[in-house]
Design a binder for this molecule. Sequence first.
Ligand code: XUL
Length: 541
Amino acid sequence: RRVSWLLPGMIRYRRMALYVGLDSSTQSLTATVIDGAAGSRRVVFEHSIVFARDLPQYGTVNGVTRHDDPLVVTSPPLMWVEALDMMMAALARQRMFDPADVAAIAGCAQQHGTVYLNDTYAAALAALDASRPLAEQLQGVFSRRESPVWMDESTGPQCLALAHALGGPDEVARVTGSRPFARFAGPQIKKFAAGNPAGYAATRRIDLVSSFLASLLLGAPAPLDPGDAAGMNLMNIRTRRWSPPALDATAPALAQRLPPIQDSSARIGVLARYWRDRYGLPSAELLPWTGDNPSSLVGAGLVQAGDVGVSLGTSDTVFGPVDTPPAEPRWANVFGSPTGGYMLLVCFRNGSLAREHIRDRYGLDWPGFSRALADTPPGNNGALMIPWVEAEITPTIDSPGLRRFNLAEDDAAANVRALVEGQMMAMANHWDALAGRRPHRIRATGGASSNRAILQVMADVFGADVYPAASTSAASLGGALRALHAVEAARGGADWRALVADFVGGGGEAVAANPAHAAVYHRLRGDYAAREAEATASSRT
Ligand code: XUL
């Protein structure tokens, strides 16, 4: 602890230079506080508010509300307001540091969710009264009580209409960085504007979750950053300005309802009087908020092209910074990166889902699954599997089914290896093609990243060393690092690589790529790509 007791009840804090990162995710709001002073750099405090547990009055399950239409998934935006108020109270109350030492705050939020605000919004923010809770003062500012979130899949027709109006899905991807996706803000806004014209007419401003929460800290409507604005199908990914044709195809007079887009690293102001008067917090510098994925990029230490993250979760994702967007993003998502360039994210639906399917199909547990990998040779004697247990996103496949090549269905160990190799080869092939280069190192996150046998296949297939990630809160840590970086940059001496080296790492021993195995996979990856192309073509006919 950084406090020394003088007399009972009196505490003296060592002076620190503190930076706060916040992450408003689907299920919780997390704060990570770091000490940025040279020589004592470390995480000093972490705290989470779990929406369903700590704010049960909003009636969500895991932070969201389900509706009669199972494709519709929303959250009450007032819940995020109340959570932020609770979090700032907790930051002021804790005894690990003196809140007066907080120099800057940055944050991130779940991507794509939209918040609809009426014409009382700006005035209500400007007139916040420090003697009353925030939620009580803001309950009247919404023109829509529910915010559709990224889990909402109800906008298929709007996606088709947007693609049709703008020259096809791939043209939308070339301009905005992604094909029209149901969860993206543009299709969601289109559905609301057409389905509830009166509600849309009463909407003065549409925030993303990120710009909404930044506005609360600022006490005024705050800008969006290109990282999160890219998740809307509305921003021109190259100019980082709203795309007029995309706006026109989405909803009438949309430009006047959207926040301005501002560079992720430019300060937007200082903490509003409400927070200073209510909780004794200082007038800390504020940065724009970004999306949780761009923020995690920084929090996982991925700050230069060639750094790649692989998250092994329900879905597997491969992501990393790139200098320019791919000419043809196809199934990928391109967001802005808080470090200035772009973030490329490629999602594979058949991740843990497919691993569990094969584990259960052969009656194995996880140790048995790892043993099967140990008992079979890299390259699997030429056996291949295309792991489409369910419909796949990359490449987009609607008619799923496992495809086996030179592989006997009853050979359990060979099937386990074929599955993991197939997943890794798909990820490596698509990543290299989209990013235009191979990774020079990989940071592995997500549940299955604790399995070193799987990480060894990853290292050998990608031909790069794999570093398991230490922190589970990369998104909020990313916010704190962005805040520190901005203050250092204003003083003229900021270096992303040095900064992440001080805070990111320590996630266990690296798994080195074996050059002989990498050579085997180099050949096999060509075979896999050919089989995948055939399977993709035949699934279209
Ligand atoms: C990204 C996406 C999710 C949310 C989760 O496109 O939809 O990762 O950002 O919070």
